[in-house]
Design a protein around this ligand. Sequence first.
Ligand code: NI
Length: 167
Amino acid sequence: MAILKILQYPDERLHKIARNVMQVNEATRKLVSDLAETMYAAPGVGLAATQVDVHERIIVVDISETHNQLKVFINPEIIARSGISDCEEGCLSVPGIYETVTRAEKITARALNEKGEAFTLNAEGLLAVCIQHEMDHLVGKVFVEYLSQLKQNRIRAKLKKRLRETM
Ligand code: NI
């Protein structure tokens, strides 16, 4: 296993569109375990392959405090959604920024697990928010892009300044 480098907003590569995984194999499982290790080390509750510059439709999520309830979604789709929930979100690619985003309160997701088996999951609350947030990464969308242009410009300037200071 390895800890991978997480792309930092506003890196253009965060806007790439991920492709479907054609075959779930050993290489996929290696990537999944690296994604999980990187997420736990950060620490974070979710990570998309896009964030480590691998443009395949894979996300990992674990909202447990004990870090032992890893959920892996390969080629995820949301097949049903209902309700509205406002939740404060953060992102490992946008460190130190927390903003409220409106999303569906409940979702039904369909995906493949790391063995290549199809499953369906009903999620609500933080888990539902997290899955939606991570799936956005796969289509090149970062959560701050739900905010006003003014706010986005402020966040961009702040992160660029911080990046300069740490170089
Ligand atoms: Ni994120």
